[in-house]
Ligand binder design. Structure first.
Ligand code: PEP
Ligand code: MG
Length: 318
């Protein structure tokens, strides 16, 4: 099965009847972009830029960041790069950016909240991404957005940079989107969809925050299942809001590479799946096993269950 998938890895991601679903790579290191392309990635759907920041003793400057991002952009050869802005705090501390001791770091200064406390660092990163992606499609993605106010705060900086940097020196095919990984943002997806260019659902954090289960908890994390009907309903709301405004939706959490979950996500209308590079051929092969109408029926079946176990049982029975 794996050998057959490898043979067809450069085919586009689509269901058996030709419904298009882009299959992209999650990367923590820009040096791995070439390998992702070799495995059939149609783009990078999540570049976790925090690893670049963690690899330095202080925040990397503009030139260093441009060099890093450029490596991914060049390997991608015109395929889109979805780069997430710095997502630290919570379980991902940065030694040179100390956060006061918090009782609940997962509910504290992390993601975009933390980034907005040092807007100059965020601005340098946005500038580096824009300049590194000259003549290439760039999608900038903001982590842990809980409502439109946080998006607007970043948009002010972003719009100013688009004015400041001459168009000849930066990306012109560029979109600014947000991760949906906090339940409030899924519930408020209609208001976000009116202003953002795209959504990408981070099912790891969305599941953690919806079910109130620490994603790394030694005993409980097995219950943090993204196929929980509560999580699926939030994804359904997100897709409906996005599509009604002509925006696209990806999924970049672990759920995107779960063979059982793939038809559910496709049936909910997800446009892109972003997974670790080695999973790409298998995800493309999985997509070719069902028709879009089947996926829609499977999604409805999943949504009508009451627990994640019920969802998995119902899907397996089918
Ligand atoms: C997620 O939360 O699903 C996600 C993709 O982001 P990370 O795993 O980096 O928190
Ligand atoms: Mg996350």
């Amino acid at each position: 099965r794996e050998a057959a998938a490898w043979e067809t890895r450069f085919e586009v991601g689509q269901t058996r009847d030709g419904h298009r679903v882009e299959v992209a790579a999650n990367l923590g290191n820009t040096a791995h972009a070439a390998d992702a392309v070799e495995r059939g990635a149609e783009g990078v759907g999540l570049l976790r830029t925090e690893f670049l920041f963690m690899a330095h003793a202080s925040a990397p400057g503009l030139t260093t960041q441009i060099g890093e991002y450029r490596q991914a952009v060049e390997a991608l050869g015109g395929r889109p790069l979805v780069a997430r802005t710095l997502d630290v705090g919570g379980d991902k501390p940065l030694p040179y950016w100390p956060v006061p001791q918090e009782d609940n770091p997962f509910l504290g200064l992390r993601g975009i909240r933390l980034a907005l406390t040092q807007p100059d660092v965020l601005e340098t990163q946005l500038r580096a991404l824009l300049m590194a992606s000259k003549d290439h499609p760039l999608r900038i993605m903001l982590p842990m957005i809980k409502d439109i106010a946080e998006f607007r705060a970043v948009k002010v900086i972003y719009d100013r940079l688009l004015q400041e940097i001459p168009a000849s020196q930066r990306a012109t095919d560029v979109q600014l989107g947000v991760m949906i990984e906090v339940p409030s943002s899924a519930l408020l997806a209609p208001s976000l969809a009116a202003e953002v260019d795209f959504f990408s659902v981070g099912t790891n954090d969305l599941t953690q925050y919806t079910l109130a289960i620490d994603r790394g908890h030694p005993e409980l994390s097995a219950q943090a299942d993204g196929l929980h009907p509560a999580v699926l309903r939030l994804i359904q709301m997100t897709v409906a809001a996005a599509h009604s405004q002509g925006k696209w939706v990806g999924v970049c959490g672990e759920l995107a590479s779960d063979a059982v979950a793939i038809p559910v996500l496709v049936g909910l209308g997800v446009d892109e799946l972003s997974v670790s590079a080695r999973q790409i051929p298998l995800v493309k092969a999985r997509l070719r096993e069902f028709d879009f109408a089947d996926a829609q029926a499977i999604a409805q079946l999943a949504l009508s269950q009451a627990t994640s176990d019920e969802v998995r049982d119902a899907l397996e029975a089918r």
